[in-house]
Design a protein around this ligand. Structure first.
Ligand SMILES: Cc1cc2nc3c(=O)[nH]c(=O)nc-3n(C[C@H](O)[C@H](O)[C@H](O)COP(=O)(O)O)c2cc1C
Length: 330
């Protein structure tokens, strides 16, 4: 059990933010497998200030039986504060705010936002203080180890954030320079939680139950963040949840279950985004459900290129089922 502000959280899983993927229907679908906390895709402070309709859509969601945090990004405390106020007016269901201090994309860092903020720890603290001025909801931050190997400063940033009253910190254990590749450096963060006064969530290559156990054992983190590892493998959440509930190691799901979940998520995304644009987005997600099956390459290819509507999704999944002699009725 750990706490995010006044919320009590049982789960060891946080569903991580991923731009273009962790939209409302994805989060709702994943929730049946279990997580305590999830975070929206990153939301631009200026997008909210200018009333951009697409940006506003990111902050629209219903209450779940889990906490949903809106992740803001920007670099000027005053604008971030205004954006938080606007978000709260748009959606009273927001459970907490998260702030992005880890995005490595040049368009974001060149503007001084995302991981560029880590070059200025004091500013990181000021941004948290600014959000806290307009809400009593918890405010968390997501950081990296530092900008590059020569400027590893996560401890300094954590200290500034804690002084500003941050309620939880997620550390993605890579530098900005490492982007999303290579082994994350959980080993550098040995016993980090003991050096902190607020809950720690650890992020970086959580693809299996053992990855989660390992990251928690090394760092003492209160939870792991599942990001890419959950795409096409939602059962990973359940495996982590169950293990930390009673020590049970659940077997991997069957191909039949994977195909059913693949259709279910596609259906939810089509409802959320419209069938045609939903299936265009789903081309980046659906192929992950069939990794490791016989003829995976052929089917991944079809899901990437032929997916146009729910009918085509059903047809491809039925072909996979037939090929593998699975009974599959939708
Ligand atoms: C496509 C993609 C989009 C992402 N978008 C965000 C984002 O909007 N905000 C954020 O804080 N992190 C974002 N991340 C980082 C993830 O939340 C996570 O910290 C990172 O992928 C490391 O975890 P993993 O190796 O288990 O995927 C994104 C990652 C990916 C791959």
């Amino acid at each position: 059990m750990w706490k995010l502000g006044n919320y009590q959280i049982e789960s060891k899983v946080v569903l991580g933010p991923m731009a273009g993927i962790t939209f409302k229907s994805y989060r709702e679908f994943m929730s049946q497998f279990g997580f305590g906390v999830c975070v929206t895709e990153m939301v631009s402070d200026m997008g909210l200030i200018y009333g951009n309709k697409e940006t506003e859509e990111y902050v629209s969601f219903k209450k779940g039986n889990y906490l949903t945090g809106v992740q803001l990004f920007g670099h000027e405390p005053e604008n971030v504060k205004k954006a938080a106020e606007i978000a709260l007016k748009l959606n009273p269901n927001i459970d907490f705010f998260d702030f992005n201090m880890g995005c490595p994309v040049p368009k974001v860092t060149n503007a001084g936002a995302g991981s560029a903020l880590m070059k200025n720890p004091k500013l990181c603290g000021d941004i948290i203080r600014a959000i806290k001025e307009v809400t009593d909801l918890p405010v968390s931050a997501k950081i990296r180890l530092g900008w590059d190997n020569n400027s590893i400063n996560y401890l300094e940033v954590i200290k500034e954030l804690e002084e500003a009253g941050v309620d939880m910190i997620t550390v993605h254990s890579r530098t900005r320079k490492e982007l999303y590749s290579g082994e994350p450096h959980h080993d550098l963060l040995k016993d980090l939680r003991n050096k902190m006064s607020v809950p720690l969530v650890i992020s970086g290559n959580i693809y299996t139950l053992d990855d989660a156990i390992n990251a928690i054992n090394i760092t003492g983190a209160d939870a792991v963040m599942v990001a890419r590892g959950g795409i096409g493998n939602p059962f990973l959440l359940k495996q982590i949840e169950q293990y930390y509930k009673d020590g049970t190691r659940l077997e991997s799901p069957s191909l039949k279950e994977q195909l059913e979940w693949c259709y279910e998520l596609g259906y939810k995304i089509a409802e959320d985004k419209g069938e045609s644009s939903g299936m265009r987005i789903y081309r980046a997600i659906a192929p992950k459900f069939v990794i490791g099956i016989p003829n995976a390459k052929k089917y991944k290819n079809r899901l990437c290129t032929e997916l146009a509507d729910l009918k085509s999704l059903k047809m491809i999944l039925k072909d996979i089922a037939n090929d593998n002699e699975i009974e599959f009725s939708l």
